[in-house]
Design a protein around this ligand. Structure first.
Ligand SMILES: [Zn+2]
Length: 201
């Protein structure tokens, strides 16, 4: 039986690289697969790029109100499909995760989701929460903190007035357009240390 997978980790754990590798592995063997990316078209963009600059394009960029089961059922009428890959799966709406599970069960094709475990304040995203609840296979992709420990926390960095990126610990779950931000992944000890350092006023 096909399975619903969630391959999760912190930023820079190689999720996208793994997704791209999987895509090529299937493709070489003549399998048909598609890539789905949650988000609204304009903001998310269709590019899927690893840090090693390998790049693919998403076949579908899907806003939260799209029913993924209906989308795939329609796609299956025209194309035979062997697997589905989902990039940035933490941004899926919870109902979309359930729709992916229905695709796995009713069409018997594997769906492999790649995403973050938690946000920059260490809370689950709605999409990752639902995946932890119902995925058949959970696999952690490991990132390394600058101290050498396993990185499990995401650190949001925003440009200050001097043009340097400093860690921030408040703000919306998804960074706002226009604010110059970046992310790093750190271990819990380093996260706490930085939080004490940067929130002391
Ligand atoms: Zn550390």
């Amino acid at each position: 039986m096909a399975k619903l997978y969630y391959k999760f980790g912190a930023m820079k754990c190689g999720k996208t690289r793994d997704l791209i590798k999987t895509w090529y592995n299937y493709n070489e063997k003549g399998f048909n697969l598609i890539i789905i990316k949650p988000g609204d078209d304009k903001k998310a963009g269709e590019n899927i790029q690893s840090r090693a600059h390998e790049e693919l394009k998403a076949d579908y960029v899907v806003p939260a109100d799209v029913n993924l089961y209906d989308l795939i059922a329609k796609h299956m009428i025209d194309y035979n499909l062997h697997a589905i890959l989902v990039d940035e799966a933490q941004f899926l709406a919870p109902h979309q995760v359930d729709e992916l599970a229905d695709i796995v069960d009713n069409f018997n094709i594997p769906v492999m989701c790649y995403g973050l475990r938690a946000d920059f304040q260490s809370h689950l995203f709605p999409g990752s929460q639902r995946l932890f609840e119902i995925a058949d296979v959970l696999e952690e992709l490991k990132a390394v903190c600058k101290c050498g420990e396993k990185a499990t926390y995401n650190l949001r960095l925003e440009k200050n007035n001097d043009g340097e990126y400093i860690p921030v610990f408040e703000g919306p779950q998804v960074s706002i357009d226009g604010i110059d931000s970046d992310y790093d992944s750190v271990c819990r000890t380093c996260y706490k240390k930085l939080k004490r350092q940067y929130t002391r006023r």
